[in-house]
Design a protein around this ligand. Sequence first.
Ligand code: HEM
Length: 515
Amino acid sequence: MNDLLMTSANNIGGTVALISSAALGLLAFKYNDRAIFTDRRDDIPHHIPGVPIFGALFDQVANKDRILDWFKENIDELDTMTMFASALGVPPMIMTIDPRNVNHVLKDNFPNYVKGDNLITAGKELFGHGIFVANGEQWRYQRKAASLIFNAANFRDNFSQVFVKEVNTMSEHVLDKKAASGETIDFQDIIYKFTLESFVNIGFGKNLDILTSEENVPFAVSFDYCQHVAFERVINPFTDVRDKVKSIFRPGELSHKDHIKIIDDFAFLLVKERREQLKQGHEYSDLLSRFMNARNEKGQPLNDSELRDTVLNFIIAGRDTTAQTLSWGLYYLLTHPRVEAKLVEEVKQYITDEVENDPTQFYETIKKMVYAHAVFYETLRLEPVVPSNAKMAIQDDVLPDGTHVRKGDLILWHPYSMGRAEKIWGPDAKEFKPERWVQEGKLVRESAAKWPAFHHGPRVCLGQNLATLEGLMALTLLLKRYKFTLAPNQDIDYTVSLTHPMKNGMQVYVEKRQH
Ligand code: HEM
């Protein structure tokens, strides 16, 4: 009897296996070069080597640490400006570097393209419902509340003072000491501390006092980690499984959950302290207070969790982007002595001791520094600190280059590849040449469709003037005071994240500049 049962069970098992293999075979035959249940898109150039059922997933995961160059190589090999790719676990992707398409998606047909579920899910613990992942009314109230702090008086009388004060702290407590000892310093690390300290001060009215020490800031370590994970989840659906397995084998290491807790504690503490200060009768008009006075999309005051999301979204905006632009900018200056010398000349001409000691005058002076702006923009052309970005189509559409978009497609545009594309910038596209931003002595800013470093259209970066002021105040003051030199034998490269950090930082020697 038992034998009979075993035999029939074996038969059933065998039949199921046979049917499953046949079904899998049929699916593999049907989806022989693309992700399962994805339609063929023969109307769009399509190259990334796709395997049956998984599409480009394996190639994408294999290249995850160099994903920006991988994308550029695919575009170059096809000699196209728009291409299609499908990967299991990711919505169908139309990737484009065509400025006309960028203009259409970000501006002309803005209502049709939203932040997609894949981004919202990948960054859910980090971003919550903050401005970077919000759509519709949830986005609109945040944009309105934040925009209230970006007025001329604040720039002149508040932001400028904070930036000069924090550069002075960085000089006195860190850079002067390094200049005296002759040791190297990780420029990216110290400049991250500078932008974090400045932004937390401007946005949330708190002094962290992190510039006086070379210690790691636990919040910052966890924050970087979680951003890396959020980005990796977008391109690699196995990220969470891998991290769970890792935590079994390395029980002592902080898990993603631990890192999120560190970040949460930091943000909730800021909110709690502010509520207490308000009870004691203190008055504020900074970013946090604007959000505390705002109403969310349901017409209700923001709760602590929404305020936590605000704090974290704005720290990404205010800390990472500007610090990375300054790090890449200094790297290009140190590897292009001609440009550095020209900028130092401009600094000597404009940043007199009087200007340096008067933030309001400094603020007015920066506006006149054409070459410094050109260096800043050129850095963001080659190293855009949001190097790739995507939105999801909510209805079918046709892009200006004729590409057919279907509802649910991800449209991915790629400022990193755009900045390096000869089709956009001409044969010298890959050269660091700030002069391309200057005509007859005047600064000429390219259209945001061609250079979407600060995004474009209704969701253009709210902090672009703040970032430019902060970046140029810091850069010009540092160049006036110090001569930096790259320490030898370093691999200066990017690491993939939502933004564009250097993988191992950048060690530099610091000397006092002789006038
Ligand atoms: C060099 C520095 C910066 C660059 C290159 C930059 C670039 C960008 C980009 C590309 C976006 C669009 C991101 C997206 O897809 O949602 C963005 C959005 C934004 N940026 Fe910046 N950013 C910089 C600095 C700042 C600073 C200092 C702030 C300060 C508050 C800021 C505030 C914002 C905000 C609030 C948004 C969201 C806008 C919206 O969705 O309506 N950014 N930025």
